[in-house]
Design a protein around this ligand. Structure first.
Ligand SMILES: Cc1cc2nc3c(=O)[nH]c(=O)nc-3n(C[C@H](O)[C@H](O)[C@H](O)COP(=O)(O)OP(=O)(O)OC[C@H]3O[C@@H](n4cnc5c(N)ncnc54)[C@H](O)[C@@H]3O)c2cc1C
Ligand code: SF4
Length: 444
């Protein structure tokens, strides 16, 4: 190994392969049978359970935990999948600490919730490892639906529609299905090719054709889809990247955090990935944390997240913030980038401190610089211009509660649609609910 964390500039192979393998192992290893029983025993099986209300897909959590406790993990899995067909991925990636586990009465009483996420993984893994798919299709309806985008929203919608007997074609611009499950979620949350295994398992329902490498806006038009199909569901996510609005943004070494993460997720050999000695990540959400943590795990010597507001405004949860800190990532709050300095390539980022003023965030006038040979922008994504003719709400596609857009016969859900909170589980809920509404509209 010729490189180390101290190698100047941006370099590959900063750590030995065995250290990389150790760094990128499963964040929350699966329970064995005994551990699952012990965890399930802590549940009070509450009446009007607050954990159910806190789950965006309303999984009957006490019921599935009771099924685990009774020794029926596959029955528990069915309870989960009835509400959330991507329950396996959600068990791995949901910020449970701000959803079901935050609401758990054990959290309020003891500061230690029932570990619902890990129990959900135990149950869903049991059924998926067995290779069984618990749903059959209804009688064919003769209706055809196009789904654009094979991320969580599109896949959940497609599965529910196929169950109802409709024929579905899922289009995706990428060469692999899964959306951000495949290209975005941090590696250590979904190890072992789980995203593709989950897609393969979901497609076992039948009736779903997946057409990859087909992009709405270039290969496909909304007009053509609405005339060929009985309904269209748009689940294209957010593909555009917000600009930094700081001088020197075009310098070498300044990159989009999501692209870095996508490369990492697709890399066959982690030691082939280049990372800076000094990495600065600008942003305050999960993407910022994931880019920072994974830079550190790849062997960057120093990694700093800089967020323009205070800690309490960060959209990454406290768990994610603590995870970053535990890996040695430094967090700086109330500072925004002014300029990236360097001769061709980034060498330093200059920041200005901020404070909350009467008219929003304002500069204090004090500045500082951080050494940086790699700068990741994680300041949010935006909808790319694929929705010509559809009314927008802010910068997303305007939808009703069940995903209806302003155009008859076209629904939308997931990150590209208004409302929601840009989480995997919310995208699944929106895809599922839109499918129910599409079914009602087609059969009404
Ligand atoms: C780095 C990162 C980490 C994240 N980590 C978490 C996490 O830990 N937990 C969590 O709950 N959420 C996380 N999220 C958020 C979560 O991934 C998203 O909310 C979720 O994936 C949204 O699902 P979606 O189906 O709406 O969109 P996406 O997953 O973005 O899928 C959209 C799909 O549409 C396709 N597409 C786009 N444009 C076109 C087009 N014109 N034509 C055809 N196809 C198109 C794309 O290729 C993609 O496959 C993370 C997001 C990012 C960026
Ligand atoms: S709130 Fe906690 S204890 Fe009550 S049913 Fe849900 S998981 Fe069990």
């Amino acid at each position: 190994m010729s490189n180390s964390p101290q190698t100047p500039g941006v370099a590959a192979g900063r750590l030995a392969p065995e250290d990389l393998a150790e760094n990128f192992r499963d964040l929350h290893p699966p329970y064995d049978g005994h551990e699952a029983m012990v965890a399930a025993d802590r549940c009070y099986f509450c009446y009007d359970a607050p954990c159910i209300t806190a789950c965006p897909t309303s999984i009957d959590i006490p019921l599935f935990i009771r099924q685990i406790q009774a020794g029926h993990p596959e029955g528990a899995a069915k309870t989960i999948f009835d509400q959330n067909i991507l329950g396996g991925m959600c068990a791995r990636v949901c910020p449970t600490e701000t959803l079901c586990e935050e609401a758990c009465v054990r959290e309020a009483a003891e500061g230690k919730p029932v570990e619902i996420g890990r129990l959900q993984r135990y149950a869903t893994d049991a059924m998926m490892h067995a290779g069984t798919h618990p749903y059959a299709r209804a009688e064919p309806t003769g209706k055809r639906v196009a789904v654009v985008g094979a991320g969580p929203a599109g896949l959940a919608c497609a599965h529910r529609l196929a169950m109802k007997g409709h024929d579905v074609v899922v289009y995706d611009a990428r060469k692999k299905a899964g959306g951000l499950n495949e290209f975005g979620i941090a590696s250590y949350k979904t190890v072992g090719g789980f995203a593709q295994a989950e897609v393969d398992w979901l497609l076992k329902i039948g009736g779903i054709a997946v057409d990859l490498g087909r992009s709405l806006g270039s290969d496909l038009t909304l007009d053509a889809l609405t005339s060929e199909f009985d309904a269209v569901f748009l689940a294209v996510g957010l593909q555009g990247v917000n600009a930094l609005r700081a001088g020197g943004e075009d310098k070498e070494g300044v990159a989009d955090a999501v692209e870095f993460i996508a490369d990492l997720r697709q890399a066959e050999d982690l030691s082939s990935l280049s990372v800076g000695r000094n990495v600065v990540v600008i942003g305050g959400g999960m993407t910022a944390v994931d880019a920072a943590v994974q830079s550190k795990l790849l062997g960057a010597e120093s990694v700093t997240i800089v967020y323009r507001r205070g800690r309490d405004r960060m959209s990454a949860s406290r768990f994610e913030q603590d995870l970053a800190a535990s890996k040695g990532v430094r967090l700086i709050f109330n500072a925004q980038p002014v300029a990236v300095h360097g001769n061709g390539a980034a060498a330093e980022v200059e920041f200005g401190y901020t404070r909350d003023g009467d008219n929003g965030l304002e500069p204090t006038g004090e500045t500082f610089r951080l050494a940086a040979d790699q700068v990741f922008k994680a300041i949010g994504q935006k909808l790319e211009d694929v929705a010509a003719g559809l009314a927008l709400d802010g910068d997303k596609i305007a939808v009703s509660g069940t995903g209806r857009t302003s155009v008859e016969g076209v629904w939308a859900g997931g990150d590209c649609a208004s409302g929601g909170d840009d989480l995997t589980v919310t995208a699944v809920a929106e895809g599922r609910d839109a499918a129910e509404d599409i079914h009602k509209a087609l059969m009404g």
